[in-house]
Design a protein around this ligand. Structure first.
Ligand code: NAP
Length: 288
């Protein structure tokens, strides 16, 4: 297990900019405490020019690693020594582990989404067509996971070229790019089993927003998964539930990707139930 010789706390935290009320400190601190580890999770809100010196400081010692979020998941790649697992395929990193003087990048978002999908009984059986909204970093991990599990993906983005670039870079599976407008969304959803929101539209504090154009009928057989977890029920999920759809928010994925990061850093099984409870408590205590 990584720890310094004296068993002193090692630094670890979430790297991004800007960072607001992240649930990760509550979730990871609960896991460190349960494992009897002295580390405390910090928010590392740094501007882009400060990334290289921070990576150099990590190499110099005293760090366990970090999580990485918007806007640094791809920017950080050239500053690392190695990418492992899904990070290599996705060229995006959300977890860094310090190994001696080397920085190793992982991506646990794909695992987190796969784990969240596996927890939904009606989606465990044969795959079908999934409509994915947005073509940014999280969509990349989600689309990759879906095609690995045999789903056909209709990838809708407000910039068609972004969806086309994502499809070209994954170079696998059946991925059809389209524009996120009402006629396209309605026709693609008519044949879909699953809708996944990978845009930040509807996230606190803009909780009144909805990524799906107004007036589109949602088939009641559709399952709607929103990666957003603040608020717990987004406007999209409320609309889907009102149309008779089954729904889930992004907390399950958040906890699964965080648990995988904890295991990478410590080599220990993550106390997932505890981490979920800590994240839920932080969510309910916040002003969301
Ligand atoms: P990102 O890389 O910035 O990508 C966001 C995507 O949404 C881009 O395609 C962007 O298009 C699109 N978008 C933004 N505003 C839009 C709007 N008003 N209308 C239509 N499309 C819009 O962000 P990300 O890292 O993929 O994160 C996306 C969301 O997933 C965030 O809410 C994040 O918190 C959530 N997330 C959750 C988890 C979890 O564990 N539950 C994990 C990762 C991410 P443009 O490029 O044109 O702006």
């Amino acid at each position: 297990m990584p720890a310094d010789a004296a068993g002193a706390p090692l630094r670890v935290g979430l790297l991004g900019h800007p960072l607001d009320h992240s649930l990760s400190p509550a979730m990871q601190d609960a896991a460190f405490a349960a494992a009897g580890l002295p580390h405390r999770y910090e928010l590392l809100d740094v501007a882009a020019p400060d990334l290289p010196p921070l990576m150099a400081a990590m190499r110099a010692g005293g760090w366990l690693g970090c999580n990485v979020t918007v806007p640094y998941k791809t920017v950080i790649v050239p500053l690392l020594d190695e990418l492992r697992g899904d990070a290599e395929m996705l060229s995006a990193v959300n977890t860094v582990q310090v190994e001696g003087r080397r920085l190793v990048g992982y991506n646990t978002d794909a695992f987190g989404f796969a784990d969240a999908l596996a927890a939904i009984p009606e989606l465990r059986s044969a795959a079908g067509t999934a409509v994915v909204l947005g073509a940014g970093g999280a969509a990349r991990a989600v689309v990759w996971t879906l095609v690995q599990h045999g789903w056909r993906v209709q990838l809708l983005a407000r910039r068609l070229e972004q969806a086309a670039a994502l499809r070209a870079s994954l170079a696998t599976g059946t991925i059809q790019p389209g524009t996120l407008d009402a006629p396209t969304a309605e026709s693609r959803l008519a044949r879909a089993r699953l809708l996944v929101n990978c845009t930040p539209v509807g996230m606190w504090p803009q909780a009144d927003a909805d990524p799906l154009p107004a007036g589109i009928a949602l088939p009641p057989e559709l399952f709607v998964y929103d990666l957003i977890y603040r608020p717990i029920e987004t406007r999209l999920l409320a609309r889907a539930a009102a149309a008779g759809c089954r729904t889930a928010g992004g907390l399950g994925m958040l906890v699964a990707q965080g648990a995988a990061a904890f295991t990478i850093w410590t080599g220990l099984d993550a106390p997932r139930r505890l981490m979920r409870t800590a994240a839920e408590r932080a969510l309910l205590a916040g002003d969301y």
